[in-house]
Design a protein around this ligand. Sequence first.
Ligand SMILES: Nc1nc2c(ncn2[C@@H]2O[C@H](COP(=O)(O)OP(=O)(O)OP(=O)(O)O)[C@@H](O)[C@H]2O)c(=O)[nH]1
Ligand SMILES: [Zn+2]
Length: 343
Amino acid sequence: MTDLTRDALGWSPFYMSQLDIEELDTLTPARVNAVHRDRVNALSEIGPLELTLDPGITTAAVAVGDWVLAAPTQHRLTRVLDRKTELSRGTEYHTGEKQLIAANLDTLFITSSCNADFNPARLERYLAMAHDALITPVILLTKADQCDDPDHYGDQARKLGRDLEVHTLNAKADDIGAMIAPWCGKGQTVALAGTSGVGKTTIANALTGGAAATQDIREDDARGRHTTTGRSLHRIAMGGWLIDTPGMRGLGVAEVSYGIDATFPEISELAAQCKFRDCQHESEPGCAVRSAIDAGDVDPERLKRFQKLKRENIHATETIAQARDRYKKLGKMYKNAQAKKKR
Ligand SMILES: Nc1nc2c(ncn2[C@@H]2O[C@H](COP(=O)(O)OP(=O)(O)OP(=O)(O)O)[C@@H](O)[C@H]2O)c(=O)[nH]1
Ligand SMILES: [Zn+2]
């Protein structure tokens, strides 16, 4: 039997503090494990629930991993609780809207392989995303068994952060559970990110005993009906939870300026000492970053990738902000036209 107590589901004082006394008496906290067009599924102390949404809440505002309050007898979701962390994607450039990917993750396993897939710039993008969302990143480098010198990759990866956790492994044979147990214990929530073929499914299956591979499961919902739906919050043997949604598999980088600085601390800290506040660290006088590179203290390749990621981030962020402006203007135009019609 799966333990569905609040603690086992990842409940904490952070969520509890958001409830008032009446809510505490009448509503049931539940953790979302599937989001559909018009309803969500959630796990709670009283079992799995299928919930429709109160007016004013749309499923676009709910993510797998969310804690919600449910009125269980009416099978309704009444409120989404504030998130500890959130992963989202700014795909809708026309509206500037974010697409939610996962909520309340504690750890992101950034996965690559000890082969040509290994790419510091790509790993840094994922690191920036995790840092930006305040999610702990852990790097997993698979296919160590197919490589002569896995430590070479491990060492390269460790240079991408301070005290960065990096593990090289054979995803098909190693005891992955034991290796990453500290992040997968009771109530902890994790996800796997990385390009296609690096071994995410293999690792997910090792952690969940195959549950992640089985996207469609038949089970009785709260009303005793049979439902067949894709669930995306999977129980890990050590007591944690793995979020595996299609969105998790195609993460990009946008609006992560804080995360970029946190991913390149040796550069962002020096940048504060540059003579000019908007120093680009190209050829400006009094550039602390350039000095450190000349002195051999900072890797020039890291600076190049830092600058590239910053440029891309500004581009994406501006696009979203500009789109918002445009839509505001459009909205005004529309209102004016309506007002004229009425006159
Ligand atoms: N030898 C070896 N093979 C591995 C390892 N990790 C994964 N594989 C193999 O690599 C292939 C791809 O692994 P998957 O787990 O499907 O990769 P994925 O990241 O889930 O790929 P997508 O589903 O496309 O995102 C499979 O044939 C795995 O058996 C490893 O550490 N060592
Ligand atoms: Zn500078």
